[in-house]
Design a protein around this ligand. Structure first.
Ligand SMILES: [Zn+2]
Length: 129
């Protein structure tokens, strides 16, 4: 039996994911990681062509993909973490949240500190509604 972990998200949730993914904090972090990791991997994979500046033998598709992959992975990971709306962090977008333990609902604005649930305290776990 296959245990499917694929979650179908609504259009509204998708819009929130996209807003977070293109926010300046996420883009800056992804660009930094992409530059460092992509450069290291490009040097490993195309050392001869890059160190001798032999442009004819540099594979541009591999070169660009080597930067794109860490950018994508960093963006995905950071976005998923921000969507969890952890207490004590700033909300990166406006959202309606529901406590997964007691069902309490709140509305947070962009840059607002995400509070604890009034009933669950430090055990709060918010999810998008
Ligand atoms: Zn709660």
């Amino acid at each position: 039996m296959i245990n499917s972990r694929i979650k179908i998200i609504s259009i509204e949730h998708f819009k929130i994911y996209c807003k977070i993914a293109v926010s300046p904090n996420i883009i800056n972090r992804a660009l930094k990681v992409s530059f460092i990791v992509g450069t290291a991997l490009n040097l490993i994979n195309q050392w001869g062509a890059l160190t001798t500046i032999d442009f004819e033998n540099i594979n541009l598709t591999k070169f660009m993909l080597t930067y794109l992959v860490p950018y994508s992975v960093t963006t995905y990971t950071a976005t998923v973490m921000k969507v969890e709306f952890q207490i004590g962090t700033k909300a990166i977008v406006e959202a309606y949240l529901k406590c997964t333990k007691c069902g309490e609902e709140i509305h947070v604005h962009k840059d607002e500190l995400i509070p604890e649930c009034s009933k669950c305290g430090l055990n709060t776990h918010w999810k998008l509604i």
